[in-house]
Design a binder for this molecule. Structure first.
Ligand code: ZN
Length: 301
């Protein structure tokens, strides 16, 4: 059984609070673990959330503000201490290479792990695996920032009644799937399109084309909502979103499960983010993220 879920490691923008760690998000996608934006304290949050260094295959950093990357030093040293046997690939804006270098080599340690640097400097696909294509899109923030999304290729779902009607059974089912036709019966006749799932991760940005492109048709969208709607002017000035803006994006792009996060310390009550998201007309699944929460991807359509 393949597991696809988000493990929330931290939800605070800028500074941690008594209840919120700096950012940090692990996406479990079948057997793979993708760590997004490890802020300060991520190593300990992983421990508390039951995420091991061995679970990491890929690290994606949206930009080099401290709340999105200060945890890299600790996480990288930990995967080396634990001698993780597989390769780990790191994506981050190429313009921040000097910051990545410093974090990777912040102090002395014994390097044991194959950590591949795969910096991002343009929109488009970064990696293809059998389970997904990873893509980046530029965002709009005072320092260069990229959002990410995973797009699973469409598959086909076999239809038992159609198979039976054509007398196709046993090993012939696999044969028609592999060969696309069997005894004059095309695969399309006995199956339907199974839409691939999509996960999008959008941090630290004003509204811009990249936000919409990443969110489009997502099964799950994890998106910053640093501010409440009454502080929209601040949000625009500092390159951030409000709860209402994030929810309108989700509504307009057909997001099925919206996860709001990256909250400013100025707001003690998370309920208001939910209220404003609903007031913006978003009707899908909604999570106002809490540290150490697990959020499953919605079931396939
Ligand atoms: Zn930032």
């Amino acid at each position: 059984m393949s597991v696809r879920e988000l493990v929330v490691l931290g939800t605070a923008s800028q500074v941690p609070t008594r209840h919120r760690n700096h950012n940090g998000y692990l996406l479990r996608w079948d057997g793979e673990g993708i760590l997004f934006d490890p802020g300060e304290g991520t190593q300990r949050q992983m421990l508390r959330a039951g995420v091991a260094a061995h679970d990491l295959n890929r690290i994606c950093v949206t930009h080099f503000h401290g709340d999105h990357c200060l945890g890299l030093a600790g996480v990288i040293q930990r995967v080396n201490l634990d001698k993780v046997p597989h390769e780990i690939t790191a994506h981050y804006p190429r313009s921040g290479q000097r910051f990545f270098d410093r974090l990777r080599y912040a102090t002395a340690y014994r390097e044991t792990v194959a950590l591949t640097e795969a910096p991002v400097d343009t929109d488009g696909p970064l990696a293809r695996t059998p389970g997904y294509t990873l893509e980046a899109r530029k965002l709009s923030h005072p320092v260069e920032a990229y959002g990410y999304r995973l797009v699973e290729p469409d598959g086909r779902r076999m239809l038992p009644d159609r198979l039976a009607a054509h007398g196709i059974k046993g090993p012939d089912v696999g044969r028609i799937q592999r060969e696309g036709t069997l005894g004059g019966v095309p695969l399309e006749e006995v199956s339907e399109v199974r839409r691939g799932q999509r996960f999008a991760f959008v941090m630290d940005t004003r509204l811009c084309d990249g936000v919409y492109a990443l969110a489009e048709g997502s099964d799950m969208l994890v998106i910053e909502s640093t501010f409440l709607d009454e502080d929209e002017e601040l949000a625009v000035d500092f390159g951030h979103l409000t709860a209402g803006q994030a929810a309108r994006v989700a509504r307009e792009t057909g997001v099925r499960h919206l996860v709001l996060t990256h909250f400013s310390q100025r707001y003690p009550e998370p309920e208001e983010f939910e209220r404003q998201a609903r007031a913006a007309g978003y009707e899908g699944e909604l999570t106002v993220a809490r540290d150490l929460q697990r959020v499953a991807l919605p079931k396939r359509r």
